[in-house]
Design a binder for this molecule. Structure first.
Ligand code: GLU
Length: 445
């Protein structure tokens, strides 16, 4: 790493002790910024990098709630408003027991560059809570969301901060939070959250957007190599919102998805994962993926299995951070995998990324490959601002154009900065320069 950058990295470690995921996300960006520092030395003079690494505002608050038996629980929630150089803070809320400040900061940091890459007017932020939605009743989820919004509402605004979903937060949770916001403020402000229901201000394609976008990005990477998704064997980790719609679009584009998973195990179905079954189990019944076997006797369930052991042409990690390590990456390469696109945020460990890059396979980092979700959130904001709603086809074409553009920008930026084919370099540098230029123009704030 560039010496100046290394000094700044040491400072980041020192200022943010114990936040290992945040350190990992920062390091991954820093390792690619050397050529930018050489080309634009004045960014160092105005301390752009140090400023980008320090969130503009960090909010941490208590969320008390009562379960169905009347017992009181206390959770902790966060909203890290990372950077607003390009627009209001934008990024999801994650409900998962693993959430602590370091996770939210890694996600917020990545969101800044991801959102910049979309070319839309959105800054970066992220939030969430260590609340575990697993096994909770609808009324418990509602009470938790209401309690969280009772504090969060004062920080939101269509021009200030606009959360959405992430792991553990979908349409149901967004509904409860929007309702509470409306009740407290006595204002129907569609623009304060995205991922809303279609009947009350949501956008068509938002639900599908992250998964669809990741597959559009994969298609572009393969096209750039004179290939396509037609007849490719695909493995998708996870079975949540991102995974489900990645499977749907991969099938639509002629690929065959043979495996998906949840945190307990993996389903392998050689003749192709039946998406209606996954949707029913996950979206309606909210059960474990092992239930898939009740509907398909010819599928296989491997409790605790490693999905990356399954030979495939294309791998789409769509579950969570650091789910694919160096050993997994070597297995994928050995089995002939030609493309990896990240539907999740930071699913591949640094060692895994190195393996993919050494093998020169098409590797699309999350910042670029999963930007379709937040880009479609920005489309939802556009529709809300003009009190309009667009058709599915029109919105999907907009999403696909955005993904094509992100791919093109990453591809060209990687070439310009001397790393052809390296989408990590392309995404980090392209996103960084957009944010840095805006910060420079706005002076020292
Ligand atoms: N949580 C998603 C992400 O990681 C979407 C955020 C949004 O739509 O604001 O980008």
């Amino acid at each position: 790493m560039d010496q100046k950058l290394d000094g700044i990295y040491q400072e980041v470690l020192h200022r943010n002790p114990g936040e290992v995921e945040f350190h990992q996300a920062v390091l991954e960006v820093f390792e690619t910024l050397g050529p930018v520092m050489a080309k634009y030395p004045h960014f160092a003079d105005i301390k752009i990098i140090q400023r980008i690494c320090e969130p503009e505002r960090q909010i941490i608050f208590r969320v008390p709630w009562q379960d169905d038996t009347g017992e009181i629980h206390i959770n902790r929630a966060f909203r890290v408003e990372f950077n607003s150089a390009l627009g209001p803070y934008k990024g999801g809320l994650r409900f998962h027991p693993s959430v602590y400040l370091g996770i939210i900061k890694f996600l917020g940091f990545e969101q800044v560059f991801k959102n910049a890459l979309t070319g839309m007017p959105i800054g970066g932020g992220k939030g969430g809570s260590d609340f575990d939605p697993k096994g909770k009743s609808d009324s418990e989820i509602m009470r938790f969301c209401q309690s969280l919004m009772t504090e969060l509402y004062r920080h939101l605004g269509e021009h200030t901060d606009v959360p959405a979903g992430d792991i553990g937060v979908g349409g149901r949770e967004i509904g409860y939070m929007f309702g509470q916001y409306k009740r407290i403020t006595n204002r129907y402000e569609s623009g304060i959250l995205t991922g809303k229901g279609l009947e009350w201000g949501g956008s068509l394609v938002r639900t599908e957007a992250t998964g669809y976008g990741a597959v559009f990005f994969t298609q572009e990477m393969l096209k750039a190599r004179g290939d396509s998704l037609e007849d490719k064997k695909v493995v998708v980790s996870g079975s949540g919102n991102v995974a489900i719609y990645a499977i749907e679009k991969a099938h639509e584009l002629g690929a065959i998805v043979i495996a998906c998973s949840d945190s307990s195990g993996i389903i392998v179905h050689e003749k192709g994962i039946d998406l209606d079954t996954v949707k029913r189990i996950k979206e309606v019944e909210r059960r474990r993926i092992s239930a898939y076997l009740e509907f398909h006797k010819d599928a296989r369930y491997v409790e605790g299995g490693n999905i990356w052991d399954i030979p495939c042409d294309v791998a789409l990690p769509c579950a969570t951070q650091n789910e694919l390590n160096g050993k997994d990456a070597r297995t994928l390469v050995k089995n002939g995998c030609i493309a990896v696109a990240e539907g999740a945020n930071m699913p591949t460990t640094p060692e895994g990324i190195q393996v993919f890059q050494d093998a020169k396979l098409a590797y699309g980092p999350g910042k670029a490959a999963n930007a379709g979700g937040v880009a479609t959130s920005a489309l939802e904001m556009q529709q809300n601002a003009s009190r309009d709603s667009w058709s599915f086809d029109y919105t999907q074409v907009r999403l696909q154009d955005i993904m094509i553009n992100i791919h093109k920008n990453c591809f060209e930026t990687a070439e310009e900065f001397g790393s052809p084919g390296n989408y990590v370099v392309g995404a980090n540098i392209n996103g960084f320069i957009r944010v840095a230029r805006a910060m420079e123009a706005m002076g020292l704030i």
